[in-house]
Design a protein around this ligand. Structure first.
Ligand SMILES: Nc1ncnc2c1ncn2[C@@H]1O[C@H](COP(=O)(O)OP(=O)(O)OP(=O)(O)O)[C@@H](O)[C@H]1O
Ligand SMILES: [Mg+2]
Length: 399
């Protein structure tokens, strides 16, 4: 039987100096660390302070005997798990039973047989280490289950939101089409009314009519802007609620990044310096190009917003990974994301932008598209320094 890798530590609690000498010589020779206590009280204190892997405990001691020591060690949560081997010169079977009932792991008679004691010590230490490993494993498992459950709840919530969004999008779409349709007719009618008024100077001189002529075009413009905004939100909701898997074809991601940069050029040109590092030999991936362009545009516009009106940097890189994927990194020097909101940024409708500027759908759509491509998207951000989004997408090739 091999001892565990880290050097184990034992605590000898015995009032007899000779036993100490003999035991510590034997243990040290076997590369086992030794702590020594000469009374029950001292033993309890050292056990609490140093948390040894094992206690060798004499039963018969003045003041506080071994039974009392074990009671106290087992009653304290800190020391309760430390295995204890009783050492006793003349133990009756009832003593042994009492010791075991109090939580002793084993019993060895004095004078001790070195081979036997070492074998028993090794067994106890090994058991303790295995228990610790098991406890750690269980805790990790609990954490994994917790995090997976959170993901599932999130996915479930997104799925119900998807269904709800599809319904809302459909309901809003119809009235919006007749608002925009009638607006067009209204604009044409207005042109005719203005023509008519200009041929009737008497009416055109009426102050109220003059006011109407002045204000009307602005009102129509703002109605149109509002209607366009509703249409955009509806389009966003529809994309978010999309259930079908996108049609995919072999695609060069670098080309899509260039396309997205062309689309966002006007928004980026004043304050955002773009630094590209695109791998020339990037393998093609199976993707829906238009959807991925939408992802890249979303990320670029978010970076532009985060950079604001002080000049900043957006670094975009692409590379092949050793496990057969493509990794894309979008890293900006913008304002960063506060830690208390970073968990929410992929939620639909979550936005920190002023009313009317962000729908909060950009990243939830992005997340949906990447998921449709069996990819991953992660974010890291430092407030005041910038934000990095990392996307990986499968190439379908084995590493
Ligand atoms: N690069 C970034 N730097 C700092 N904050 C970001 C960045 N990207 C996203 N965010 C934060 O995440 C929020 C959600 O982003 P998302 O793209 O989903 O919506 P939005 O940009 O607010 O609105 P929309 O995309 O619909 O215009 C943003 O409001 C912003 O607070
Ligand atoms: Mg956005």
């Amino acid at each position: 039987m091999n001892l565990p890798e880290t050097r184990p530590l034992t605590l000898i609690v015995d009032d007899d100096p000779l036993t100490h000498k003999m035991l510590s010589y034997m243990l040290k020779k076997d590369r086992i660390g030794v702590l020594e206590a000469f009374s029950g009280e001292e033993g309890i204190q050292i056990a609490k302070d140093k948390l040894p892997d094992l206690v060798l405990l004499d039963v018969m001691m003045p003041e506080m005997d071994g039974f009392e020591v074990i009671k106290r060690l087992k009653a304290d949560r800190k020391t309760a798990e430390i295995p204890i081997i009783f050492l006793s010169a003349k133990s009756s079977p009832s003593d042994r039973v009492k010791g075991l009932e109090l939580g002793a792991s084993d019993f060895v008679s004095k004078p001790v047989d070195q081979g036997e004691l070492l074998a028993r010590i090794r067994t106890q230490i090994k058991l303790k280490r295995q228990e610790e490993a098991l406890r750690e494993y269980t805790q990790n498992l609990e954490k994994m289950v917790e995090s997976r459950t959170r993901q599932l709840i999130h996915a479930d919530r997104l799925a119900s939101l998807g269904t709800l969004s599809a319904g809302i999008a459909h309901e809003i779409n119809n009235p919006t089409t007749f608002i925009t349709g009638n607006l067009q007719t209204l604009e044409q009618f207005w042109a005719k009314i203005v023509d008519y008024l200009s041929s009737h100077p008497q009416a055109a001189q009426d102050v109220k009519i003059q006011y109407i002529i002045k204000e009307f075009p602005g009102m129509i413009r703002s109605i149109r802007a509002g209607a366009d905004r509703i249409s955009n939100i509806v389009a966003g909701l529809k994309t978010f609620a999309r259930k079908d898997s996108p049609r995919k074809a072999p695609t060069q991601v670098n080309e899509l990044i260039e396309e997205a940069l062309n689309l966002t050029h006007n928004r980026l040109k004043y304050y955002v310096n773009v630094e590209k590092s695109l791998a020339p030999d990037l393998p093609a991936i199976r993707a829906n190009g238009q959807h991925l362009v939408q992802v890249f545009v979303n990320l670029m516009l978010n970076s532009a917003d985060a950079i604001g009106d002080k000049t900043g940097l957006l670094k975009i890189s692409s590379e092949a990974t050793s496990d057969g994927r493509v990794r894309l990194i979008f890293s900006d020097s913008g304002e960063g994301i506060p830690p208390d909101v970073i968990d929410k940024i992929f939620d639909p409708f979550f936005t920190t932008k002023p009313l009317g500027q962000g729908t909060g759908l950009g990243l939830s759509i992005t997340h949906g598209i990447i998921r449709d491509h069996e990819g991953t998207i992660d974010v890291e951000s430092t407030r005041g320094q910038g934000t990095t989004f990392t996307i990986t997408l499968p190439t379908g090739k084995r590493p």
